[in-house]
Write a protein that binds this ligand. Structure first.
Ligand SMILES: [Zn+2]
Length: 215
């Protein structure tokens, strides 16, 4: 009995030590990627600057967090941007962006939508990736920062056949699965989002909202 308890304890300790080591290795790997290239800063807002002008109620703002993320942009260089998002998914997004960086999946730019005066159309035209935007509270997960849109030019929302009369692709957007930065069902980034419990907009009822993930 005592022997089996000791064995279980030893296994738990070994498991914890290996987790810690993996985590350290992972952090070192990310640091090496970032250090190997000079990082281009796409934005550097304070939290107050990132929420300036939002009409969101205080209780929504209280639930937000501003995180820094690094990614290869379309120019092949490493950029640093920020995501204003819900505290409940901030850690997931950090993990996903570390993965995006390691996979070299290109992301055009990641800038809080305050840069575009809280206007989704202007943000999409700039091929911008963002999370929080207070709007359509009844159905939009962006209103509380529980959703993120990635590369809207490469992953535009496409209406399903019966709704195809609604054509409002952002300027410059087109869907071509072969283009870098495009999300497809077997793309590792999509699989990573799903593994962390996010729903992908591709499977929405009326449209394929490919750039959209939510929790
Ligand atoms: Zn969205």
């Amino acid at each position: 009995m005592l022997k089996s308890h000791l064995l279980i304890c030893a296994c738990i300790i070994l498991f914890l030590v290996s987790c810690k080591k993996n985590n350290k290795d992972h952090i070192r790997e990310i640091q090496t990627i970032i250090a190997s290239d000079s990082v281009i800063i796409d934005c550097n807002y304070t939290f107050d600057e990132a929420i300036k002008g939002t009409k969101a109620p205080k209780k929504f703002i209280k639930g937000l967090e501003l995180i820094d993320v690094q990614y290869y942009s379309m120019d092949g260089k490493i950029h640093q941007g920020q995501i204003l998002t819900n505290q409940r998914i901030a850690r997931d997004l950090k993990e996903i962006f570390d993965f995006i960086l390691k996979e070299r999946f290109p992301v055009a730019q990641v800038i809080p939508i305050v840069r575009y005066n809280w206007n989704d159309n202007l943000s999409m035209q700039a091929n911008n990736t963002y999370s929080f935007c207070y709007r359509n509270v009844s159905y939009s997960k962006h209103a509380k920062g529980m959703a993120i849109d990635i590369n809207p030019h490469q992953n535009p929302m496409r209406w399903k056949k019966e709704y195809s009369y609604r054509k409002d692709l952002p300027l410059g957007a087109s869907y071509d699965p072969k283009k870098p930065g495009t999300l497809t069902p077997d793309n590792p980034i999509v699989l990573k989002f799903k593994a962390l419990g996010f729903k992908w907009g591709r499977n929405f009822k009326r449209n394929h909202d490919d750039h959209h993930f939510q929790k």
